[in-house]
Each structure stands twice: as C-alpha cells, then as structure tokens.
Design a protein around this ligand. Structure first.
Ligand code: FES
Length: 137
C-alpha cells in the first residue's frame, strides 16, 4: 500500500454539519457519523494501493467527521467536516489525485472542493535522515 486513508470512526458531526431539521441532538445511542463514513467508503472500490484505515480519534473532534491521508515521502493532510451522506465520492477522487502525485502536493485546481476548503492541517514528509533510520530498524 502506498497511500493510507485514515477515517476517524468515533467522530460526530461538527456543529456546522448538523441539520437544523434533525429532530433531536445526537445521543450516544446514535450511530457515529465517522463510523457511517467508514462503512460507506468500505463498500466503494478504492484505487489499488490505497489502504482504508479506521482509527479512533485524530484530535480534530470539533471538526468531525475527520479524515487523514498519508503516504511514504508525501505530505500528509488532515481534513474535517466530512459528511458521510455527501462526501464519500469526493474523498475518493481526492485520494486518487493524492496517490497520483509524487509528494502529496496536488495542484489546487485538481483537488475536490472539500480538500480545498476543509483542510485542518498538513504535515511534511519525514526528513530523509529519519527515513533512513527507520529502514534500518
Ligand atoms: S473523535 Fe474524531 S477526531 Fe476525535
């Protein structure tokens, strides 16, 4: 696998995504939207070489649903406010563009809108010296 798509399965929807028409505030008995997003993506055909990885919390809880994409020698990104009802296909097109890039830096115009507007952070690839260190372990 050369690219990992981490999905926080414990995320709730951020305030920004809560629909005013929902008849009650989310409770602990309601399914976690992050888990619904993971389930939805699990049923899709992922590009070859992409690992879908469920995780518990990406420390972006007030921005749920949160996802993080990463790969060796690539920039990593954390995105928030993913809606399991509408964003699964956009996430897949974003991960495909990310995978095709050499270093994880996808030209702005080639990113799906949710990857342009909902990025929470980006993290540089490991420095070469650390990569060499890890390979000798
Ligand atoms: S519960 Fe999803 S980021 Fe914390």
């Amino acid at each position: 696998m050369d690219v990992t798509l981490n999905i926080c399965v414990t995320c709730r929807k951020s305030e920004r995504l809560l629909d005013a028409s929902e008849d009650h505030a989310p409770t602990d008995q309601d399914p976690r939207p992050g888990d619904l997003l993971y389930e939805k993506l699990s049923r899709k055909t992922l590009p070859e070489g992409v690992l879908l990885n469920p995780v518990k919390c990406l420390s972006a809880c007030s921005n749920g649903c949160a996802i993080a994409i990463t790969g060796k020698d690539r920039w990593s990104y954390v995105y928030g406010h993913m809606d399991p009802d509408v964003h699964a296909d956009d996430i897949l097109s974003g991960i495909e563009a990310y995978q095709k890039s050499d270093d994880g830096l996808v030209p702005w115009r080639e990113r799906p809108e949710i990857f342009r507007k909902q990025v929470l952070s980006r993290i540089p690839p490991l420095p070469e010296a650390l990569n060499s260190e890890n390979e000798s372990d």
